[in-house]
Write a protein that binds this ligand. Structure first.
Ligand code: SAH
Ligand code: DHB
Ligand code: MG
Length: 223
């Protein structure tokens, strides 16, 4: 077996025994694929990881930047109490349309507030509404803006909130200090902001799995 075949097999084993996906999650992936959305959703093991993090946080309010077909949204929203709230921001109207159906089929449309538009336009609008602080923020949109999203996350959270940034490794390209690639530059800016900001304590964890070699950054908001 090649290395990536092993990662696939292990993900499959963990998914079968630990992640218990159901018809709503499977249908969300099926319809995302049928609509030709890019297959870059989190894996089931990662979705369950995000759900557990939200539960560890006792999250009542979650902010997601980058909805795609709503697969990660479903995992996260299921961590919420009945009167919880998840705001998810998506740029592409087609992605949002698919997500909206997937979220409704999962019975989560009363909890999920899906907003279509560039996140850097939706975030100031959201802040103007003075929402109660978000307990968890999942940043998973255009990587070029990761540091900007982190700044907005700081404005919309409280001491003790958790910020998760997806895709911080990208096969190792994050180490390319001279890279001109906007995603690498944006992710490096986010990592360096986490490391230098007085109100953040964080780390990053490399992962392998059926999506290849990548990783998450995790940051706790301080007083
Ligand atoms: N969180 C999803 C995957 C998100 S993929 C999951 O795991 O299931 C990244 C998404 O970010 C794409 O749907 C893309 O259209 C969206 N995106 C890209 N640029 C954006 C922007 N400026 N504002 C909001 N969303 C954006
Ligand atoms: C891409 C985006 C993601 O959010 C991800 O998890 C993997 C890949 C991408 O745009 O290539
Ligand atoms: Mg991602």
């Amino acid at each position: 077996m090649s290395e990536s075949q092993i990662w696939d097999a292990v993900d499959e084993y963990f998914t079968t025994h630990l992640c218990h996906d159901d018809e709503a999650l499977r249908a969300a992936l099926r319809d995302s694929e049928a609509a030709r959305l890019p297959p870059v959703n989190v894996t089931a093991t990662q979705g369950k990881f995000l759900q557990l993090l939200a539960q560890f946080q006792g999250a009542r309010a979650i902010l997601e930047i980058g909805t795609l077909g709503g697969y990660s949204t479903i995992w996260l929203a299921r961590a919420l109490p009945a009167d919880g709230r998840l705001v998810t921001l998506e740029y592409a109207p087609k992605h949002a349309e698919v997500a909206s159906r997937n979220i409704a089929r999962a019975g989560l449309d009363t909890l999920v507030d899906l907003r279509v538009g560039a996140a850097l336009e939706s975030l100031p609008q959201l802040a103007d509404e003075n929402p109660p602080p978000f307990d968890l923020v999942f940043i998973d949109a255009d990587k070029a803006n990761n540091a900007h999203y982190l700044e907005w996350a700081l404005r919309l959270t409280r001491a003790g909130s958790l910020i998760v940034v997806d895709n911080v490794v990208r096969g190792g390209r994050v180490t390319e200090a001279d890279s001109a690639a906007p995603d690498v530059r944006g992710t490096r800016a986010a990592i360096e902001l986490i490391g230098s900001h007085p109100r953040l304590a964080g780390t990053a964890i490399q992962t392998v799995g059926s999506k290849g070699y990548d990783g998450f950054a995790l940051a706790r908001v301080l007083d």
